[in-house]
Structure formats: structure tokens, C-alpha cells
Ligand binder design. Structure first.
Ligand code: 3BY
Ligand code: FES
Ligand code: FE
Length: 405
């Protein structure tokens, strides 16, 4: 399948409907999505607290592309392609670690933390080290969260930075730590994983545990105006100087919203799970600050912890979901929180979503699949996501057509 055929599939899509089958199944579309969508968007790559010191690094993949985040000697976070400039070996295995310099495990080419090549053995006199530094990737940090973009020219970031700085500041992520990381492989196309993640149409039946605290009936995270509960919440947040938003552009959205009445955290019973809160204001009873980035992530910051969700495409029918749980850096496991209890709600929820997405894929693979209409009320954020996808995909195709003359 070439770009023209992918464009034909985008043209075929009926407004307000799910996508034509091949966009959820075809290997060429999968490759296209990696380049045109994941390769062109701002992605949530982790947290500054995961790289506490000079030399701390985090290695992970965007699709199948290895990326390296490093804190340099000046304290700056840098992002590189995790690919040696000799013959391309990966410099650091996936995971986090610490090293004074980045040494390639293959032939020991050695890089400074700023990506410049420090030494390479047995190379000729005229070999220019300056020309063989690591390839840089755009990186930004906002209120303790790290974002990367692999595009040559990333989408504008300033509005996002301004609004998220204000919304996240009270959560004090400079003083947070990652308490747990969990990965889950979902055998479904990444777009089905995301569509599922952008609606709560399925939550009442599909997530009885989450439904206890999460307002599953909500039509859009941007509309709480009508409910008394929301008005009371907004007034209480204003009293404590906590911004609620909403904020957003086409590729992201954020709002602090109230949990169900009487619920103080997103936990199995609605009570805080961590004794040492992240947010002191309002006794940590601050609803949840939710922010989400197309194409791949959402996060919920409640008073006592933060949960982060990211989906990365692995194959046409395979997606890697990563969950991270953050708590206050001084919260002690076994004293202030129990790890199993901390991760229980989202692990249950993610497992339920895995089953739903895989079941969705199985049905989408049917010769009887026809794109169906989204509920404009319950699936407004899915519609946003799919419309964003189509627009982004078209923009890439047009840009390619332009450069090819
Ligand atoms: O994106 C969210 O906030 C949630 C989490 C659970 C379901 N999903 C719509
Ligand atoms: Fe890295 Fe050879 S590939 S030193
Ligand atoms: Fe779900």
C-alpha cells in the first residue's frame, strides 16, 4: 500500500464514524503511523525524577525506535537517538541507569553526556569526532514531565508549556519518585487501544472498580458546568488557589475534575492510598488533574499519587502499554503505602481494557466489519482522537507530495 492508497482510505472515512478496516489492520498503515503520527508528535517520555543526577539515563522505544534520555553535567535533560554513530548499535539497554559517559557495548566508542563523541579507538588521523556526535531529538520539560518529538520541526509547544506549568505546579513533581512501572502487551492496533482509552462508554459495565471513583457518565471532560457537584468543586479549588482549566489544543487537553461525591483518590475504595500526599492543599482532596496527549497518553494526578499511561505501537495488531505510578519522594514503601494496593485499581482497569481492545480487534478483523457511528455524547474524545489522526495523516501525505514535487 502506498501513500495514495492510504489517502484513499482516509477519504473513504465517513464523518463521525470509526475508520475503514485496513487502517486498523494493514502492515503498511502501521509503518505509516509510526512515521507520520508517532514521528511527528510530541510524546510524553517520562519524568525528571527518573533522571535524578548527571549521568542518569532512561532508554525506551517509540515504536521500534530506540530513544535515550540523559541528564547532562549541567543538569539539562537531553534526548538522543539510542544508536551509535559507528555502526549503529544501541548504546544503552532499555530501562533506567546511571553512567559517567555513554560507552557503546560493541566497539567502545565513548560519548559525553551532551552526546559529543569523546573517544574512538584505532580510527585514522583524519577521523573527525566532532562529526560523529549522537543524533539529538527535541526535548522539553514542563513541571517535572519530559516530552520529546522526533520531527525535524515539532508542533508549537508554547501554549502547552504555559498552561501545563500552571496546572501541574501544585503537584510538585520535582519532589516525586516513580514507585512502580508496569508494561502490558495488548494484541490490538494502537488506534483501537487509544480509542478505548478515550471513552468511558464502556466503563460502567467494563470497569466496576474504576466506576466507583471516576465519573464514568461524563460526556466530555470539558463540561462540568451543569452539575452542582462540579460548581462546588471549582469554588473549593479556587479557594485553595488550584487551577482547574480546562485547557487544550488539537493535540492535548487538560482539566482538573471532581471525582465522584465523597471520593478522595482514584483507588479501590476512594480513600488515599499514600499517607504522605503529593499535594498539601485542601488535604489532598483535589479531584484529579487529567491531561492527555494525542496520539498516545493520559495521566491522572490526584492528591496522593499520579498515574501515567502510554501506548506505543509494536506491530499492526500489537501495542505496548506502559503504566507508571508516582508518589511523594519521601513516601516509604511498606510504611506510607503498600505497592500492591497502589497499583491495584489501574492494573485491574488496564487488564480489562486489554481484553476489550483485543476483542475489538478480533471483531474489526471480520469480513463483516463496517465502520460504525460514535456516540457524540459518550465518545466525544474518541471522535476528537480519530479526527486528529485523520488530519495529521493527511497533512503528512500532503507534505510528502509537496517535497516530492
Ligand atoms: O482517559 C481517561 O482519563 C480514562 C481513564 C479511564 C478511562 N479513560 C477514559
Ligand atoms: Fe558502537 Fe561500534 S557500533 S562502537
Ligand atoms: Fe477502559
Amino acid at each position: 500500500m502506498d501513500l495514495g492508497e492510504i489517502k484513499a482510505l482516509l477519504d473513504e472515512r465517513r464523518a463521525g464514524h470509526s475508520l475503514p478496516q485496513a487502517l486498523y489492520t494493514d502492515p503498511a498503515v502501521f509503518e505509516f503511523d509510526l512515521t507520520a503520527i508517532y514521528g511527528q508528535s510530541w510524546l510524553m517520555a517520562g519524568f525528571e525524577c527518573e533522571l535524578p543526577e548527571a549521568g542518569s539515563y532512561s532508554s525506551f522505544k517509540v515504536g521500534r525506535w530506540p530513544i535515550l534520555l540523559v541528564r547532562d553535567r549541567a543538569g539539562q535533560i537531553r534526548a538522543f537517538h539510542n544508536s551509535c554513530r559507528h555502526r549503529g548499535a544501541m548504546l544503552c539497554k532499555e530501562g533506567t541507569g546511571k553512567a559517567p559517559r555513554l560507552v557503546c557495548p560493541y566497539h567502545r566508542w565513548t560519548y559525553n553526556l551532551d552526546g559529543s563523541l569523546l573517544s574512538a579507538m584505532r580510527m585514522p588521523e583524519d577521523f573527525d569526532r566532532a562529526e560523529h556526535g549522537l543524533g539529538e531529538v527535541h526535548v522539553e520539560t514542563v513541571a517535572g514531565v519530559i516530552y520529546i518529538c522526533l520531527a525535524e520541526t515539532p508542533p508549537p509547544f508554547e501554549v502547552f508549556r504555559r498552561d501545563m506549568t500552571a496546572l501541574l505546579a501544585p503537584h510538585d513533581l520535582a519532589n516525586a519518585k516513580v514507585a512502580h512501572v508496569e508494561t502490558l502487551t495488548e494484541y490490538a492496533n494502537w488506534k483501537l487501544v487509544l480509542e478505548n482509552g478515550r471513552e468511558c462508554y464502556h466503563c460502567q459495565a467494563g470497569h466496576p472498580e474504576l466506576a466507583k471513583t471516576f465519573p464514568v457518565e461524563v460526556s466530555s471532560y470539558f463540561e462540568f458546568g451543569g452539575a452542582d457537584h462540579a460548581a462546588t468543586f471549582e469554588a473549593r479549588m479556587a479557594e485553595h488557589g488550584l487551577p482547574v482549566g480546562p485547557a487544550g489544543e488539537d493535540w492535548w487537553q487538560a482539566i482538573r475534575f471532581p471525582l465522584n461525591p465523597g471520593m478522595r483518590s482514584m483507588s479501590m475504595d476512594g480513600e488515599p492510598i499514600v499517607a504522605r500526599p503529593m499535594v498539601g492543599a485542601a488535604e489532598g482532596d483535589i479531584g484529579s488533574l487529567r491531561w492527555a496527549l494525542e496520539p498516545h497518553s493520559f495521566a491522572h494526578a490526584v492528591g496522593d499519587h499520579l498515574f501515567f499511561f502510554s501506548a506505543m505501537p509494536i506491530g499492526p495488531r500489537e501495542t505496548l502499554v506502559t503504566g507508571k505510578w508516582l508518589v511523594h519522594k519521601d513516601a516509604v514503601e511498606g510504611v506510607d503505602y503498600d505497592r500492591a494496593q497502589l497499583i491495584e485499581l489501574w492494573n485491574i482497569t488496564n487488564q480489562q481494557d486489554k481484553d476489550l481492545a483485543e476483542n475489538n480487534q478480533a471483531g474489526v478483523d471480520s469480513p463483516g466489519y463496517r465502520p460504525g457511528p460514535y456516540s457524540p455524547d459518550a465518545e466525544v474524545l474518541v471522535l476528537r482522537f480519530v479526527d486528529w489522526y485523520c488530519t495529521k495523516a493527511r497533512a503528512y501525505i500532503e507534505q510528502q507530495a509537496g517535497t516530492m514535487g
